[in-house]
Design a protein around this ligand. Sequence first.
Ligand SMILES: [Zn+2]
Ligand SMILES: [Zn+2]
Length: 144
Amino acid sequence: MTSNTGHCLCGAVAYAGKGERGQIHVCHCADCRRWTGGPFMGVQFSGGVEVSNPDAVNWFKSSEWASRGSCRACGTTLFYRLAGAPDNLIVTAGSLDDASEMGQIEEHIFIDSKPPYYDFKGDAPRVTGAEVFARFQASQDGES
Ligand SMILES: [Zn+2]
Ligand SMILES: [Zn+2]
């Protein structure tokens, strides 16, 4: 049990993050809240993620640019991936085996979509949806 491994509720899907583990990014957009039942708290690894049983993951294409993976058997929300980086899975912080070291939130995105019924402590940067899209656009322009 480490903070680089995780699994779903029923155990059909397990994974191991490779390389350096990043800090938590929180997304407050309506899609993420609908998918997870709350804000999406994601963690990324520098070397990607190895999934034990890829066939047990159901992928749902939630937008032109991203898909969301959950366990076919128990429905646990597990992975988020961008179409442009299909091998670089972002895992849900809640599915980590040991999150005791995960003390830091690095950034909140789509903060303008956050409903008033919850708030996070700390002073991690709060970024709006428009700012996220502008950043994404800039990175696309940079690559072409
Ligand atoms: Zn499961
Ligand atoms: Zn979101």
